[in-house]
Ligand binder design. Structure first.
Ligand code: C2E
Ligand code: CA
Ligand code: CA
Length: 566
């Protein structure tokens, strides 16, 4: 049954005082009394006592020591003590202070004052209890229950306070992530994953030293620290962390990677500081040699640009902001334009012309390249059809086929439909494929390319020599044309090795019955070197940059008439 009245323990040997107090307290409180130390102990351990009255008149000796220890005992220290002292007895007053009494009442008793004191002491006590509960609740809300570190919200608050209160200190935000933590959770039990997280948390707690920094597990296997830069030694932090985690003896390589943002702008919200540290970390994801990376300003600009690209891409495609440029490919022997490569351009209404070097890698990451490539292919078909309709000569046009396309089951059907829709023939479209497509999934690429070849599309291998599997790919796929990576041409004047390799590539291609295009030819010297090596086609600024369709047509007409005269 719930206890309604508070219980008061009267402790002390003086029976008369007990009786007098019982009289006053009757009906208002439950009163129990103990006239020796042992009895006191029994009652305290069996009952819930709310207030202890201790009679401290000059006779007591033994019990006094007991009460002195009571105020230090964790089980009882929160029970308020009301000392009963005799008016004018200074010795008993000083004893009251010594035992840590909350209040004292003097004899002879004044009933009103006595009851008032009890109410005061109880109210004070309840408040203290409430405060303790709130503190415990706050702890619960602020702390990550698994690791005991601050959670995300608390970290943001504490780190902001630390940074703001110490403007003279240069702080760093360190964002840490475990590589392949999901794999660890899958391979082992969740408890193993938890053990790793707890061990790392302990390590961070020790490493940062609570007086100078704060640490948090902000989600899953992501930790952040806010520490003064002059106490931060990243090599050591990672090395010691490795040692600590290795000591767990888990048979899997568990590696932490980190991004560091040195807090330059102390008014930046802490969540954005964490984003910057995380961005620095994302730059070394998958690179097992570098374990940490510092944020630099360029990263933010690049991120904003990338966000803009992703935000605007779908609309841009509908809004016709993408167009094709054509870069002619020349045959020096006959001084003819023998082909062209379609290269996409983005005319953004605010940012102006954006180079494919910026947006193609973004689209390759988010998959939009598949849509854009199809748009480009169709634009090329329209171009060819319009020339044919005007009764003009055409040359085959190369289109880039980004590796992601090879995951679409309808790639060949799409191309065949295009050819049909614009009444073209497959030889008019050459497909430029890079080695990366082959590295991704060789068998699938071999199958698809073979189907394209069976349907009459010429296949061109782009950037030949820039990767590692070039020769392998040549062995397994029937390529029609090799497009030599620009790097060889760039080196041709200075490097004997580059010249030798280029010569071998040209020889090899001839041997295998393939055509060769060299890309990136910018100077007469480069051209001379190349033409001395054999008959190859040339794509490069020396002859022409990529041109808008109108300009390409004009140049084509000019060359064609020259060729006709020869
Ligand atoms: P890529 O396929 O290797 O295209 C050749 C790039 O070299 C083009 O850059 C071209 O303008 C440039 N180039 C040509 N001659 C010279 C020269 O003499 N000197 C120098 N320095 N550069 C030369 P662009 O148009 O900026 O395209 C860059 C890359 O973007 C392309 O490299 C290609 O990987 C990609 N790309 C462009 N358009 C498309 C497209 O429609 N689809 C796909 N998937 N990728 C595209
Ligand atoms: Ca290309
Ligand atoms: Ca190329």
């Amino acid at each position: 049954m719930e206890k309604l009245l508070p219980t008061i323990l009267l402790a002390g040997a003086d029976k008369n005082i007990h009786d007098e107090l019982k009289n006053i307290l009757k009906g208002k409180y439950i009163v129990v009394s103990a006239d020796n130390e042992q009895e006191c102990k029994n009652i305290l351990s069996n009952d819930k006592i709310d207030v202890i009255f201790v009679c401290l008149n000059s006779q007591i000796t033994d019990e006094f020591d007991f009460f002195k220890t009571l105020s230090k005992d964790d089980n009882y220290k929160n029970i308020p003590i009301l000392a009963v002292v005799t008016y004018g007895d200074l010795e008993s007053v000083s004893r009251a202070i010594e035992i840590g009494a909350s209040e004292f009442v003097t004899m002879p008793f004044n009933e009103n004052i006595l009851l008032y004191r009890i109410r005061n002491v109880l109210a004070h006590c309840q408040q203290a209890e409430k405060d303790a509960q709130i503190k415990e609740m706050n702890r619960f809300i602020e702390i990550d229950q698994l690791t005991g570190l601050y959670n995300r919200a608390t970290f943001y608050k504490k780190a902001a306070a630390l940074i703001q209160e110490n403007p003279e200190v240069q702080y760093c935000i360190v964002y840490l992530d475990i590589s392949c933590f999901k794999v660890i959770n899958d391979l082992f039990h969740t408890e193993t994953g938890n053990l790793i997280l707890k061990t790392a948390a302990n390590y961070f707690m020790r490493a940062i030293n609570a007086r100078i920094g704060v640490a948090s597990r902000i989600e899953a296997d992501h930790f952040v620290l806010c520490v003064p830069q002059d106490t931060l030694d990243m090599d050591r932090l990672i090395r010691d962390l490795d040692t600590t985690i290795k000591s767990l003896g888990i048979s899997h390589n568990i590696l932490f990677f980190a991004g560091v943002y040195p807090v330059v702008d102390i008014n930046l919200p802490v969540d954005q500081m964490c984003d910057r540290a995380s961005m620095a970390l994302s730059k070394i994801k998958g690179n097992y040699v570098r374990r940490y990376n510092f944020y630099d300003v360029g990263m933010r600009d690049r991120m904003l640009k990338e966000q803009m690209i992703v935000r605007d891409m779908e609309f841009a495609l509908k809004d016709n902001q993408f167009t094709i440029f054509l870069q002619p490919i020349f045959r020096p022997e006959t001084n003819e334009i023998v082909s062209a490569e379609a290269l996409v351009r983005w005319f953004h209404p605010e940012s102006g012309m954006i180079s494919p070097g910026y947006f193609i890698p973004v689209f390759e990451r988010n998959g939009f390249i598949v849509k854009l490539d199809r748009f480009v292919w169709e634009a090329v078909c329209k171009f060819l059809r319009s020339r044919l309709d005007a009764g003009k000569k055409i040359v085959p046009v190369s289109v880039n086929v980004s590796r992601l396309n090879f995951y679409s089951l309808d790639l060949l059907i799409f191309m065949l439909n295009l050819i049909k829709k614009y009444d073209l023939e497959p030889w008019m479209l050459k497909l430029e494929v890079t080695e990366s497509a082959y590295t991704d999934n060789p068998q699938q690429l071999i199958n698809i390319i073979n189907q394209f070849k069976e349907n009459g599309f010429p296949i061109l291998m782009d950037d030949f020599g820039s990767g590692y599997s070039s020769l392998n790919m040549l062995k397994n796929i029937q390529i029609d044309i090799l497009k030599v990576d620009m790097a060889f041409v760039r080196e041709i004047e200075h490097s004997e090795r580059a010249r030798t390799i280029l010569l071998m590539i040209i020889g090899l291609a001839k041997e295998l019955g393939m055509g060769v295009v060299t890309e990136g030819v910018e100077t007469q010297t480069q051209l001379d070197y190349i033409t001395s090596m054999g008959s190859v086609d040339i794509q490069g600024y020396y002859f022409s940059k990529p041109l808008a369709i109108k300009d390409f047509n004009a140049l084509f007409e000019k060359y064609d008439s020259v060729a006709a005269q020869v």
